[in-house]
Write a protein that binds this ligand. Structure first.
Ligand code: FAD
Length: 595
């Protein structure tokens, strides 16, 4: 293969001139392919890479960091491979700021909403600047933020209601039912303190109607918010037909929508176990379980993660006998054991069985119930349950959107990988939420949605949260953020721990609970908070303060000297910090000898 020397110049970067070179990404001798980034430029609006229009090897870099460049400035000489397509022939043009989304405000980059790449073979019925695929918390947040930034937005959702898993069959309905469980349990607990309400009478239809009313209010609110922002909502199932077109199918009708930028927010679905009688209505996923068809006498929950434990809490309060089976040796894997222990102690007393290190090897449907085959270190045994919930995780929907047609890379599990600006391997296509990876949580999805929308609108946004908090809304609740103690130990991080037992909290005792605990971890050297864990009623609300402390780089004095209202559970955070600062008076901590 012969080579020619080519000079690569700054392509059309719109209205920008004298743009700063902030990074040189190649050096002489480096081999580059088409689209490989060469240098990074920064304007007052955005940072973007200039990609190579050709493949070959770098001969000379003509600019250095700090130089100012404009369209036409020579930046690189390249020994170009003869076989390489010239920029004019290549379908992939050097990325102008329109293509690496975020490099130039899309609102000013395009005024006629024409897609950047036209495909003569495709006749779109609609054209938009931003198409958001999926209207879960990630998708609707991205759509609304993009619209607020002046972009024309189409939101495609396969179901009539907006809100995705979270609002319709996840976070919100589960929390509504968990509140019902909380009321039942609190009322029962007071029998021992002088107030008896008697056994609850459960009207399942009414309870269900209330839960559906809660989700209905929220999803209707979203439809209204979309209307107010002029976000065009299109009902139907979308899949890519090209890098700039999505076909949407609804009740047998198809339409093609052309877009300049796309945000994939197609979420995830419950993992099904092949070979199980998945069509039997008694074998449930979380959506079925939250539909509350009945209250089974004996319910098996497969999976001791957050979703399994939350649904166990609901059915236990409603009167089912719960058996929980978990493949690993612990409930809520990934969370510190001392935080899970109070929950474990409580549910051990309430549930029929908790089977750890146990595998479900098969389920056979019978008239009398579902016969479940269980295997542990001692061998196998069978048991029969009225219903079984499979809560063993969720799979991303990346394989269901014909990603290949857009040139998108999807991994074997169905995840779409993105950079810190939520950009996929196709520069004008972004992805957010469950489909991009763990943790699969609504608050991660919404933050990512905002980042993607802002980058498309030309802002320099990045997903740079220092932590994403996790909460199990069980009874007691378990919440944690930052590093767990196990992670800190595994990473060899030297830390100081301040813990406050809720048995010494007046507020906790007045709620009739004493099993809670708050612990804060501080880096021994920087003194900054690096992690926190809370178990007890309302732990999910309380963890937010520690997340803010982590984001702000707070130390133990910052938290300990912040006056918390008394008597509240929130005081346990400042008291834990005081334990580290050595100023606590609410506990007696014998002084450690210093040598
Ligand atoms: P999703 O909410 O999954 O939304 C994706 C949307 O895309 C869906 O509406 C779907 O219909 C649509 N879609 C998919 N494919 C297509 C297509 N091809 N065309 C058109 N539309 C499509 N998280 C929390 O943070 N807190 C909680 O308390 C919590 N509780 C949960 C309880 C349960 C029982 C479950 C199952 C989940 C819970 N989650 C919770 C997780 C949370 O629901 C998800 O992390 C969140 O919904 C992810 O948001 P998303 O926007 O990525 O996707």
């Amino acid at each position: 293969m012969s080579t020619d020397t080519a000079t690569i110049e700054i392509p059309d970067i719109g209205d920008f001139t004298d743009v700063d070179v902030i990074e040189i990404l190649v050096k002489p001798g480096d081999a580059v392919a088409v689209e490989d980034p060469l240098i990074t430029l920064e304007t007052d609006k955005a940072t973007f890479d200039v990609p190579s229009p050709q493949c070959g090897s770098i001969k000379q870099v003509l600019v250095k960091v700090g130089d100012k460049v404009s369209q036409g400035t020579p930046i690189i000489t390249l020994n170009a491979d003869q076989k390489t397509e010239t920029p004019a022939e290549s379908a992939t043009q050097p990325k102008t700021p329109e293509q690496p989304a975020g490099s130039k405000p899309a609102a000013t980059a395009t005024t006629d909403h024409q897609p950047a790449i036209k495909d003569p073979g495709i006749q779109p019925s609609l054209q938009t600047q931003v198409l958001v695929l999926g209207a879960g918390p990630g998708g609707y947040t991205a759509a609304f933020r993009a619209a607020d930034l002046g972009l024309k937005v189409v939101l495609v959702e396969r179901y009539p209601n907006l809100g995705g898993v979270c609002l319709n069959v996840g976070c919100i309905p589960s929390k509504a039912l968990l509140h019902a469980a909380h009321i039942i349990n609190e009322a029962a607990a007071f029998a021992g303190h002088g107030i008896e309400f008697g056994a609850p009478k459960i009207d399942l239809a009414k309870l269900l109607a209330w839960k559906n009313g809660v989700t209905g209010k929220l999803t209707a609110g979203l439809a209204q918010l979309a209307k107010q922002r002029k976000v065009q909502v299109i009902e139907g199932t979308g899949h890519f037909v090209s890098p700039h077109h999505i076909e949407v199918e609804h009740e047998g009708d198809q339409q093609v929508i052309a877009f300049e930028h796309c945000i994939i927010a197609a979420g995830s679905q419950s993992t099904r176990i092949p070979g199980f009688p998945n069509d039997d209505p008694r074998l449930m996923d979380s959506t079925d379980a939250l539909a509350l068809a009945d209250i089974p006498k004996r319910l098996l929950i497969v999976g001791g993660g957050i979703i399994g434990l939350e649904i166990a809490t609901v059915y236990d309060a409603l009167g089912s006998k719960i058996t929980l089976v978990e493949l690993t040796r612990e409930l809520i894997p990934g969370c510190d054991r001392d935080l899970v222990r109070p929950l474990e102690r409580r549910i051990k007393q309430r549930y029929e069985q908790i089977l750890l290190n146990t595998k479900v090897t098969g389920i056979k449907p019978h008239d009398k119930g579902l016969e479940v085959h269980l295997e542990d270190a001692n061998g196998t045994h069978e048991d029969v349950f009225d219903r079984v919930l499979i809560a063993v995780g969720r799979n991303p929907n990346g394989k269901q959107i014909s990603a290949d047609n857009a040139g998108l890379e999807v991994d074997d599990r169905g995840f779409i990988h993105v950079d810190r600006q939520q950009r996929t391997n196709v520069p004008h296509i972004f992805a957010i939420g469950d489909i991009v990876g763990q943790p699969m949580l609504a608050h991660k999805a919404t933050h990512e949605g905002k980042v993607a929308a802002e980058v498309i609108a030309g802002q320099k946004s990045f997903f740079d949260a220092r932590t994403i908090p996790s909460v199990a809304y069980t009874d007691p609740e378990v919440a944690w953020m930052g590093l767990t103690e196990s992670e800190a130990k595994a990473q060899g991080i030297e830390y100081k721990k301040g813990a406050f037992p809720w048995a010494a909290s007046g507020r906790s005792l007045s709620l009739g609970r004493d099993e809670g605990m708050t612990k804060l971890l501080f880096d021994k050297h920087s003194k900054h908070i690096i992690g926190a864990g809370i178990v007890g009623p309302n732990a999910g609300e309380l963890i937010a303060e520690t997340v803010l402390a982590l984001e702000m780089g707070a130390d133990a004095s910052d938290i300990g000297l912040t006056i918390h209202p008394h008597p509240t559970l929130s005081e346990t955070a400042s008291l834990s910090a005081e334990a580290v600062a050595g100023t606590i008076t609410d506990l007696y901590l014998p002084k450690r000898k210093t040598s």
